[in-house]
Design a protein around this ligand. Structure first.
Ligand code: HPA
Length: 276
């Protein structure tokens, strides 16, 4: 058995010994969105620190727990807070939670994040359906392959599943919520980018920039977990305005956008669940 799978099984056994719940849809909540989980019908919660071998996040504003419950009739597991590569974890740690949620039974993964707007047509407070990504951080699949999860050289031609994207796009349309669409680029962070780096990533075809998500989506695809992602454009990226960027601003815009974002996510989850 691969070392990765061995560790995952330990985490899974730990989860199983404490919680009796099999989710259908898994969600990861980005900056400012964490309290979405507090508003659902909660059945159980599990602090990351209570799972043996589980990486624990250190970022302010990121709570560290799984919440299990119902959005409408849909059984969900929600990651209230994620771990990031820039915190110093190995990529294997960063994507462990996503793999674990797949083991819990999740069939669909909805990733959310706060991201900087690279596309000049975007505005702070916009939402962007992720059509594809560029992963500039190391692949989470480097090292021994977990054959139990997926193949050594997995295809990445449909990372953000077309059918799931259709569902989210239609949901936004029906709710009257404007939704941009574009390519997300993951850099390592934790520093925000320089103006020259933003010009570079725009040239490369990125519409939004962030420090998470792409690696999680790669691991999910590797494990056969269908994925869809939505960014909240919390700020325009460096160099577009001449105001220095702060985490407080990112958080504040994400907080402001949260009520609408929650609406979009709630209805999207309900429809994603129905489509299973
Ligand atoms: N750059 C990188 N990550 C981010 C940004 C940004 O401008 N905003 C929110 N996350």
């Amino acid at each position: 058995m691969s070392k990765i799978y061995e560790r995952l099984e330990k985490c899974y056994e730990c989860f199983k010994s404490k919680i009796d719940f099999e989710p259908d849809v898994a969600l990861v909540l980005g900056s400012g969105l964490g309290d979405f989980a507090d508003g659902i019908k909660i059945e159980a919660a599990l602090d990351y620190r209570d799972i043996e071998g589980f990486p624990v996040s250190t970022v302010q504003g990121h709570k560290g727990r799984f919440v299990f419950g119902y959005v409408g009739e849909v059984k969900v597991v929600i990651m209230q807070g994620r771990v990031h590569y820039y915190e110093g974890y190995k990529m294997e740690d960063v994507v462990l939670p996503v793999r674990l949620m797949k083991m819990m039974g999740a069939k669909v993964l909805l990733l959310t994040n706060a991201a900087g707007g690279v596309n000049r047509d975007f505005h702070a407070g916009d939402f962007m359906l992720i059509s594809d990504h560029i992963n500039m951080a190391p692949s989470p699949l480097i090292g021994e392959n977990a054959d139990e999860l997926g193949v050594r050289f997995p295809d990445m031609s449909n990372i953000y599943d077309r059918d799931l994207r259709d569902i989210v796009r239609n949901t936004a349309k029906d709710l009257g919520i404007p939704l941009q669409e574009g390519v997300y680029i993951q850099l390592t962070g934790p520093n925000y980018e320089s103006p020259a780096e933003i010009r570079m990533v725009r040239t490369l075809g990125a519409d939004a920039v962030g420090m998470s998500t792409a690696c999680e989506a790669v691991a999910a695809n590797h494990a056969g977990l269908k994925t869809v992602g939505i960014s909240c454009i919390s700020n325009m990226a460096c160099g577009i305005t001449d105001k220095p960027l702060t985490h407080a601003e990112v958080q504040e815009t994400a907080d402001k956008a949260a009520p609408l974002f929650k609406k979009l996510i709630t209805e999207s989850v309900i429809r994603l669940g129905k489509a299973l």
